[in-house]
Design a binder for this molecule. Structure first.
Ligand code: GSH
Length: 228
Protein backbone atom coordinates (compact mmCIF):
# COMPACT_ATOMS: atom_id res chain seq x y z
CA UNK A 1 0.00 0.00 0.00
CA UNK A 2 1.11 3.56 -0.63
CA UNK A 3 0.11 6.60 1.44
CA UNK A 4 0.36 10.07 -0.06
CA UNK A 5 0.44 12.54 2.81
CA UNK A 6 2.55 15.12 4.62
CA UNK A 7 3.93 14.02 7.95
CA UNK A 8 2.87 16.17 10.90
CA UNK A 9 -0.37 17.48 9.39
CA UNK A 10 -3.62 16.68 11.24
CA UNK A 11 -5.28 14.46 8.65
CA UNK A 12 -2.03 12.61 7.97
CA UNK A 13 -1.79 12.04 11.73
CA UNK A 14 -5.27 10.50 11.78
CA UNK A 15 -4.24 7.79 9.33
CA UNK A 16 -0.81 7.24 10.84
CA UNK A 17 -2.48 6.62 14.21
CA UNK A 18 -4.84 4.10 12.58
CA UNK A 19 -1.91 2.32 10.88
CA UNK A 20 -0.05 2.11 14.21
CA UNK A 21 -3.14 0.97 16.11
CA UNK A 22 -3.79 -1.78 13.55
CA UNK A 23 -0.13 -2.89 13.35
CA UNK A 24 0.09 -2.04 9.65
CA UNK A 25 2.93 0.50 9.64
CA UNK A 26 5.45 -1.82 7.99
CA UNK A 27 3.07 -2.50 5.08
CA UNK A 28 3.00 1.11 3.91
CA UNK A 29 5.25 3.08 1.60
CA UNK A 30 4.98 6.83 2.30
CA UNK A 31 5.07 9.47 -0.43
CA UNK A 32 5.38 13.01 0.87
CA UNK A 33 3.20 15.61 -0.84
CA UNK A 34 4.55 19.17 -0.76
CA UNK A 35 1.48 21.13 0.32
CA UNK A 36 3.28 24.47 0.32
CA UNK A 37 4.00 24.28 -3.43
CA UNK A 38 0.42 23.07 -4.06
CA UNK A 39 1.49 19.65 -5.32
CA UNK A 40 -1.94 18.41 -4.15
CA UNK A 41 -3.63 20.72 -6.68
CA UNK A 42 -1.62 19.53 -9.71
CA UNK A 43 -3.05 17.15 -12.35
CA UNK A 44 -1.07 14.08 -11.23
CA UNK A 45 -2.47 14.34 -7.69
CA UNK A 46 -5.98 15.41 -8.78
CA UNK A 47 -6.18 12.25 -10.89
CA UNK A 48 -6.02 10.33 -7.58
CA UNK A 49 -8.15 12.69 -5.51
CA UNK A 50 -10.12 15.39 -7.36
CA UNK A 51 -10.65 17.20 -4.03
CA UNK A 52 -6.92 18.02 -3.96
CA UNK A 53 -6.24 17.06 -0.36
CA UNK A 54 -4.17 14.52 1.50
CA UNK A 55 -4.21 11.77 2.76
CA UNK A 56 -4.67 9.32 -0.09
CA UNK A 57 -4.24 5.56 0.18
CA UNK A 58 -3.33 3.58 -2.95
CA UNK A 59 -3.81 -0.17 -2.72
CA UNK A 60 -1.50 -2.64 -4.48
CA UNK A 61 -4.13 -3.19 -7.21
CA UNK A 62 -4.18 0.57 -7.94
CA UNK A 63 -7.47 1.30 -6.12
CA UNK A 64 -7.36 4.77 -4.60
CA UNK A 65 -9.10 5.77 -1.35
CA UNK A 66 -9.31 9.33 -0.05
CA UNK A 67 -11.10 10.85 2.98
CA UNK A 68 -9.72 9.89 6.38
CA UNK A 69 -12.94 8.16 7.44
CA UNK A 70 -13.06 5.95 4.30
CA UNK A 71 -9.37 5.08 4.65
CA UNK A 72 -9.90 4.25 8.33
CA UNK A 73 -12.85 1.98 7.51
CA UNK A 74 -10.71 0.11 4.97
CA UNK A 75 -7.70 -0.31 7.28
CA UNK A 76 -9.84 -1.23 10.27
CA UNK A 77 -11.54 -4.07 8.37
CA UNK A 78 -8.43 -5.54 6.70
CA UNK A 79 -7.95 -8.12 9.46
CA UNK A 80 -11.68 -8.79 9.82
CA UNK A 81 -11.55 -7.51 13.42
CA UNK A 82 -12.64 -3.87 13.46
CA UNK A 83 -11.64 -2.03 16.63
CA UNK A 84 -11.91 1.62 15.60
CA UNK A 85 -15.11 1.89 13.54
CA UNK A 86 -17.50 -0.27 15.58
CA UNK A 87 -18.61 -3.89 15.56
CA UNK A 88 -22.34 -3.65 16.19
CA UNK A 89 -24.79 -1.46 14.25
CA UNK A 90 -25.21 0.71 17.40
CA UNK A 91 -21.45 1.18 17.83
CA UNK A 92 -21.02 1.99 14.15
CA UNK A 93 -23.82 4.55 14.24
CA UNK A 94 -22.50 6.29 17.35
CA UNK A 95 -18.88 6.35 16.18
CA UNK A 96 -19.73 7.83 12.78
CA UNK A 97 -22.12 10.37 14.28
CA UNK A 98 -19.57 11.54 16.85
CA UNK A 99 -16.64 11.62 14.45
CA UNK A 100 -18.68 13.76 12.03
CA UNK A 101 -19.63 16.07 14.90
CA UNK A 102 -15.91 16.44 15.65
CA UNK A 103 -15.25 17.33 12.02
CA UNK A 104 -18.10 19.82 11.76
CA UNK A 105 -17.81 21.40 15.21
CA UNK A 106 -14.04 21.55 15.63
CA UNK A 107 -11.80 20.22 12.86
CA UNK A 108 -13.36 22.03 9.90
CA UNK A 109 -13.76 25.38 11.71
CA UNK A 110 -10.12 25.15 12.81
CA UNK A 111 -9.08 24.40 9.24
CA UNK A 112 -11.04 27.45 8.03
CA UNK A 113 -9.41 29.59 10.72
CA UNK A 114 -6.00 28.38 9.61
CA UNK A 115 -6.58 28.99 5.90
CA UNK A 116 -8.43 32.33 6.17
CA UNK A 117 -7.81 33.78 9.63
CA UNK A 118 -4.01 33.28 9.34
CA UNK A 119 -1.56 33.14 6.39
CA UNK A 120 -2.35 29.40 6.20
CA UNK A 121 -0.29 27.41 3.74
CA UNK A 122 1.07 30.54 2.13
CA UNK A 123 1.07 32.21 -1.24
CA UNK A 124 1.11 29.16 -3.53
CA UNK A 125 -2.30 28.03 -2.26
CA UNK A 126 -4.07 31.39 -2.67
CA UNK A 127 -5.50 30.64 -6.15
CA UNK A 128 -7.46 27.71 -4.60
CA UNK A 129 -8.82 29.68 -1.67
CA UNK A 130 -11.83 31.96 -1.37
CA UNK A 131 -11.44 35.05 -3.59
CA UNK A 132 -10.03 37.97 -1.64
CA UNK A 133 -13.16 39.62 -0.36
CA UNK A 134 -12.88 42.02 2.52
CA UNK A 135 -14.48 39.74 5.07
CA UNK A 136 -12.42 36.60 4.38
CA UNK A 137 -10.02 37.11 7.26
CA UNK A 138 -12.81 38.06 9.66
CA UNK A 139 -14.81 34.98 8.58
CA UNK A 140 -11.75 32.79 9.20
CA UNK A 141 -11.35 34.26 12.67
CA UNK A 142 -15.03 33.68 13.43
CA UNK A 143 -14.61 30.04 12.41
CA UNK A 144 -11.75 29.78 14.92
CA UNK A 145 -13.98 31.26 17.61
CA UNK A 146 -16.71 28.74 16.72
CA UNK A 147 -14.26 25.87 17.21
CA UNK A 148 -13.32 27.20 20.65
CA UNK A 149 -17.03 27.68 21.53
CA UNK A 150 -17.73 24.06 20.56
CA UNK A 151 -14.98 22.54 22.72
CA UNK A 152 -17.16 22.50 25.91
CA UNK A 153 -19.62 20.20 24.12
CA UNK A 154 -16.91 17.53 23.94
CA UNK A 155 -15.78 18.32 27.49
CA UNK A 156 -19.32 17.56 28.71
CA UNK A 157 -19.40 14.27 26.78
CA UNK A 158 -16.03 13.24 28.21
CA UNK A 159 -17.09 14.11 31.75
CA UNK A 160 -19.70 11.32 31.40
CA UNK A 161 -17.89 8.64 29.40
CA UNK A 162 -14.35 7.41 28.79
CA UNK A 163 -14.14 8.14 25.07
CA UNK A 164 -15.89 10.34 22.52
CA UNK A 165 -18.29 7.66 21.23
CA UNK A 166 -18.58 5.50 24.35
CA UNK A 167 -16.35 3.24 26.42
CA UNK A 168 -13.78 2.39 23.77
CA UNK A 169 -11.15 4.32 21.83
CA UNK A 170 -12.38 4.85 18.26
CA UNK A 171 -12.19 6.84 15.04
CA UNK A 172 -14.06 9.66 16.83
CA UNK A 173 -11.23 10.00 19.38
CA UNK A 174 -8.61 10.01 16.64
CA UNK A 175 -10.45 12.82 14.83
CA UNK A 176 -10.81 14.90 18.01
CA UNK A 177 -7.20 14.34 19.05
CA UNK A 178 -5.98 15.50 15.61
CA UNK A 179 -8.33 18.50 15.64
CA UNK A 180 -7.11 19.65 19.07
CA UNK A 181 -3.45 19.13 18.16
CA UNK A 182 -4.03 21.31 15.09
CA UNK A 183 -5.84 23.91 17.20
CA UNK A 184 -3.00 24.01 19.72
CA UNK A 185 -0.38 24.46 17.02
CA UNK A 186 -2.15 27.49 15.58
CA UNK A 187 -2.89 29.22 18.87
CA UNK A 188 -6.36 27.94 19.83
CA UNK A 189 -5.58 25.85 22.93
CA UNK A 190 -8.17 24.03 25.05
CA UNK A 191 -9.31 26.28 27.91
CA UNK A 192 -7.86 24.99 31.18
CA UNK A 193 -11.35 24.90 32.73
CA UNK A 194 -12.33 22.08 30.34
CA UNK A 195 -10.82 19.54 32.69
CA UNK A 196 -12.47 16.42 31.25
CA UNK A 197 -11.26 17.32 27.76
CA UNK A 198 -7.74 18.05 29.04
CA UNK A 199 -7.63 14.74 30.95
CA UNK A 200 -8.96 12.80 27.94
CA UNK A 201 -6.35 14.42 25.68
CA UNK A 202 -3.54 13.50 28.00
CA UNK A 203 -4.83 9.89 28.23
CA UNK A 204 -5.10 9.58 24.43
CA UNK A 205 -1.69 11.22 23.89
CA UNK A 206 -0.16 8.44 25.99
CA UNK A 207 -1.56 5.61 23.88
CA UNK A 208 1.28 3.83 22.02
CA UNK A 209 -0.27 4.58 18.60
CA UNK A 210 -0.58 8.30 19.42
CA UNK A 211 2.51 9.04 21.54
CA UNK A 212 4.93 11.60 20.10
CA UNK A 213 2.76 12.42 17.12
CA UNK A 214 2.19 15.92 15.84
CA UNK A 215 -0.91 17.51 14.41
CA UNK A 216 1.03 20.63 13.63
CA UNK A 217 0.22 22.21 10.33
CA UNK A 218 2.19 23.41 8.47
CA UNK A 219 5.74 22.62 9.53
CA UNK A 220 7.57 25.76 10.73
CA UNK A 221 10.38 25.35 8.18
CA UNK A 222 7.78 25.37 5.40
CA UNK A 223 6.38 28.69 6.59
CA UNK A 224 9.90 30.15 6.72
CA UNK A 225 10.59 28.84 3.20
CA UNK A 226 7.49 30.13 1.47
CA UNK A 227 6.29 33.05 3.55
CA UNK A 228 2.70 33.94 4.30
N1 GSH B 1 -11.96 15.58 4.61
C1 GSH B 1 -10.57 15.31 4.35
C2 GSH B 1 -9.74 16.50 4.80
C3 GSH B 1 -8.34 16.43 4.26
C4 GSH B 1 -7.53 17.71 4.52
O1 GSH B 1 -8.07 18.76 4.86
N2 GSH B 1 -6.20 17.62 4.32
C5 GSH B 1 -5.33 18.76 4.46
C6 GSH B 1 -4.07 18.38 5.23
S1 GSH B 1 -4.38 18.10 6.94
C7 GSH B 1 -4.85 19.21 3.08
O2 GSH B 1 -4.66 18.40 2.21
N3 GSH B 1 -4.67 20.53 2.93
C8 GSH B 1 -4.14 21.08 1.73
C9 GSH B 1 -5.11 21.95 0.98
O3 GSH B 1 -6.17 22.29 1.53
O4 GSH B 1 -4.79 22.28 -0.15
C10 GSH B 1 -10.15 14.01 5.06
O5 GSH B 1 -10.88 13.58 5.95
O6 GSH B 1 -9.14 13.40 4.71
Amino acid sequence: MKIYDREGTPNAARIRIVLAEKGLEDQVEYHSVDLMTAQQKQPAFLAMNPIGKIPVLMLDDGTVLSESTAITEYLDHLDGKPTLTGKTPREKGLIHMMQRRVEMMVLEPIDDYFHYGTPGLGKALRPWRMPDWDGAKEWGQRRGAQAVQNMPYFNDILAKQLFVAGDAFSLADISLWAALAFADAIGLPIASGLTALVAWRSKVSDLPAVKNRSGQHPLPEDIARFGG
